[in-house]
Design a protein. Sequence first.
Length: 249
Amino acid sequence: MGDRLDGRIALVTGASSGFGEAMAAALAQAGAKVALAARRKDRLEALAERIRNDGGDAHVIVADFSREAQAQAAVHEAERHFGRLDILINNAGVMYLEPVVTADLGRWRSMIELNLLGLIAASQAALPGMKARRDGHVVNISSVAGHVANPLSAAYAATKFGVAGFSESLRREVCQDNIRVTVISPGMAATELRDHIGDPATRAAVNARAEAMRQLQAQDIADAVLFAVTRPPHVGINEILMRPTDQER
C-alpha cells in the first residue's frame, strides 16, 4: 500500500481545528476521500474548500459528537455520501482539568459524553459496514493521560483510560473481520485544547508547563495517523504513544 490512500474513504471527527484539521488534510493529500465532521460549519467549509482546491474530495457533516444520535448519524451520512466508510478517525474531544473537590460535574459529564460515549457510538455505527466488507480501520485519539493520571486531570484521564480499554476490547472483537483498531496517544501539544479548561488556576499552571517545552504540533499527530492507516492489511498498529522530547511524564 505504501503511503497512499487512493480510493479509501475516511471520516474525521473534530475536523474543524487542531489535530482533526491536520489529519483530514493529510488523509486527503494521500488520496483519501474525506468526510469532515464537527460543530463549526464555517471552519469545516473552509477546510473542505482547501482540500478541493488541492484536487481532493471532501464532504462536510455538521454534528455534535457528545450526542449519541448525531455521532451515529454522521457515520451514516459519510457512508451515504461516499458509498462506504473505510477509516474512522475518532478525534473529537475536550479537556476539562480541575481539582476533584471543586469540579463542575456538569462539565465533566459533557466531557465523558464527548470523549468516550461519542467515540463508542461512532465506532458502533461504523462496524456493520466494515464487518460486511471485511475491511476497515478505527483510529481513536487518546492521550498520554490515558497512561499517566496526573493531579487535576481525574475525569479527563478517566475518559482516556476508557478509550484505551474500549479500543483493546474492540480490537479483539473485530480482528478476525480484518478490521484494525489503533490508539494514538499524544503528549503536550500546541492546540486550542487547553482553552477548554474552565478553572483559571489550572489553566495557568498547564499553560506554563506547556510553554516550558517544545510541544507536539498537529502535523506530528497527523503523521502518526497516516503511518498507521497506510500499513499493509496484515499489519495492525495497535498504539502509538508520543510525547515531546522535553516531556518527562
